[in-house]
Design a protein around this ligand. Structure first.
Ligand code: 13P
Ligand code: SF4
Length: 328
């Protein structure tokens, strides 16, 4: 097993093309007591092989309570870190170590520590899309599903720093009437939607409802009929009577939307480049082949400093406690 190379960030090992990867992965999961946790932005085949598909909050909750020996995280690095922090005795595997996040990258720990020091009387609320080092500098972690309720759990006059997503922060400030100090970070996938193309698309599809993730810019969110986390967007498309939607988030979620509502139409909103839709380049690094090799060779494994785990765990547990209190 030591001869396996992960130099490129994933196991480089040729796979017999005659293998049925679905069957092989299912077999490996069973024999190794492993589970696959997948985010909604994963490719459809990965969603189909996963034991649980969800948003950042749901995935953290599943990681905390699993009895499996191995967690294979089909998402991005900060999500796997959160799983390891919540359940450190488990072996956490990542199909590709290079599956990072532009939002997490936009908040370097040293700069953030200085920013925090310059706002001494502020509580630090941090979006889960950040590194473990940033979590360790935070008081409470939030996800897009629980952010509004967690912000509202603080007194109106409490001074708050919100990091790292300035778009989600601005959206929360508007919704809650707060004036949280915002870190200047953003997600490359949600910032790239084109307002001009969105307006055109709506004109061509006047009965379509515009649904958007709060990581989008304010100018885009102003046009949205519904704003929410990936799971909230999915739930909305299921329960509403509307039949047509323009979707402003990563396209992976459309697979579950279409599956749950085969009679409805989902139109991915175009970005301001020449691509037709909007994929997260990090999320899409994961493939069924990499998942097969990762489970087979149990590499790459995520290793973390136990002290960092302890420091980062506190604000995540606080989030899970509050979420349970809100029934989330
Ligand atoms: P949620 O699925 O928690 O809404 O997060 C979206 C996202 O950008 C994850 O990287
Ligand atoms: Fe990060 Fe954006 Fe990709 Fe989510 S969609 S992992 S926030 S870059």
């Amino acid at each position: 097993m030591n001869s396996i190379s992960i130099e490129k960030g994933y196991v480089e090992k040729k796979i017999d093309p005659t293998l049925d990867l679905f069957e092989e992965i299912s077999h490996l999961k069973k024999t190794k007591n492993a589970i696959i946790l997948a985010h909604y932005y994963q490719n459809a085949d990965i969603q189909d092989i996963a034991d649980y598909i969800g948003d950042s909050l749901g995935l953290a909750q599943q990681a905390e309570k699993t009895q499996a020996d191995i967690i294979l995280f089909a998402g991005v690095h900060f999500m796997a870190e959160t799983a390891k922090i919540l359940n450190p005795s488990k072996k956490v595997l990542i199909p590709d170590l290079k599956a990072g996040c532009s939002l997490a990258d936009s908040c370097p720990p040293n700069d953030f520590a200085a920013f925090k020091a310059s706002h001494p009387d502020h509580v630090v609320l941090t979006y889960v899309n950040c590194t473990a080092e940033i979590k360790a500098l935070s008081d409470v972690i939030v996800t897009s599903t629980n952010a509004e309720q967690i912000v509202e759990s603080f007194p109106k006059d409490q001074k708050i720093i919100f990091a790292p997503d300035k778009n989600l922060g601005a959206y929360l400030n508007k919704k809650t009437g707060r004036n949280m100090v915002l870190w200047d970070g953003s997600c490359m996938v949600h910032e790239i939607f084109s307002l001009e193309k969105l307006i055109k698309l709506k004109a061509q599809n006047p009965s379509a409802k515009i649904i958007a993730h709060p990581e989008c810019e304010a100018a885009i969110l102003e046009h949205a009929d519904f704003i929410g986390s990936t799971s909230a967007l999915l739930a909305y498309t299921k329960k509403t009577e509307h039949k047509e939607f323009i979707v402003l988030t990563e396209t992976g979620i459309i697979y579950q939307m279409q599956k749950a509502s085969p009679d409805k139409t989902f139109i991915p909103a175009p970005p301001n480049n020449n691509c037709a839709c909007n994929d997260c380049p990090y999320m899409k690094l994961n493939t069924l082949e990499k998942i097969y090799n990762t489970l087979k060779y149990e590499q790459p494994e995520l290793h973390m400093d136990p002290l960092l785990i302890e420091r980062a765990k506190k604000p995540i547990l606080k989030m899970l406690e509050l979420s349970a209190r809100f029934g989330l």
